[in-house]
Design a protein around this ligand. Structure first.
Ligand SMILES: [Zn+2]
Length: 197
């Protein structure tokens, strides 16, 4: 217990130090360049929305090398779509006029693996079981495909999340009008590269 408390304290200290460094960078940016870009980040629409996993290795701003204000990010273990994710993305598309949604799964996804394991009878505490059940249709669908099981289920889960978003009247009408595009993507943690589907 003591060690986990000290790990948490260490982590909080690192976040505070990191944020102080970030504030210094912002101050330097103000002096050197693009000050307006950061200051006015909220005044313009983000160029893209990204729905991806909460996995700590999959931070969209870093992977796509974009600044504050560029990407509207929705993160959820296993990048599944429930009401709150759909509403968040409707908000970006309809209110902010953000023209692109990328649904991005990734390799080594523990949330997708838990859904595969749940299909084999493993049980998980709390709402993790419910999360696994949201990914279960992708597990069932990918049963027929050959090759890497985790990758196949992850790809199918991305496709299903795209389909779930298209069930939103708000989003599908924007897609039909040609003002919104929704694409799937797969990020390889091993290579650092993204494959668009
Ligand atoms: Zn994941």
């Amino acid at each position: 217990m003591a060690s986990s408390t000290s790990s948490a304290d260490d982590a909080l200290a690192r976040l505070k130090t990191g944020h102080e460094e970030f504030v210094k960078l912002v101050d330097e940016a103000r002096e050197i360049r693009s000050f307006d870009r950061l200051a006015q980040a909220n005044a313009r629409p983000p160029m893209a929305s990204v729905l991806t996993c909460s996995d700590s290795r999959v931070a969209p701003e870093i992977i796509f090398n974009q600044d504050l204000g560029d990407i509207y990010v929705v993160r959820q273990a296993g990048n599944v779509v429930t009401m709150s994710e759909r509403a968040s993305l409707e908000f970006a598309a309809a209110v902010f006029k953000c023209p692109l949604i990328v649904v991005m799964g990734h390799s080594q996804c523990r949330a997708v693996q838990s859904a595969i394991d749940a299909g084999l009878g493993k049980t998980f505490p709390g709402d993790i079981q419910e999360l696994a059940s949201l990914i279960a249709p992708a597990v069932a669908h990918a049963k027929e495909t050959s090759g890497d099981r985790l990758e196949n289920v992850t790809l199918q889960n991305v496709r299903m999340s795209v389909q779930q978003l298209l069930r939103s009247e708000v989003l599908s009408s924007l897609v039909d009008a040609g003002t919104l595009k929704i694409v799937g993507a797969y990020y390889s943690v091993e290579s650092g590269k993204i494959r668009f589907l």
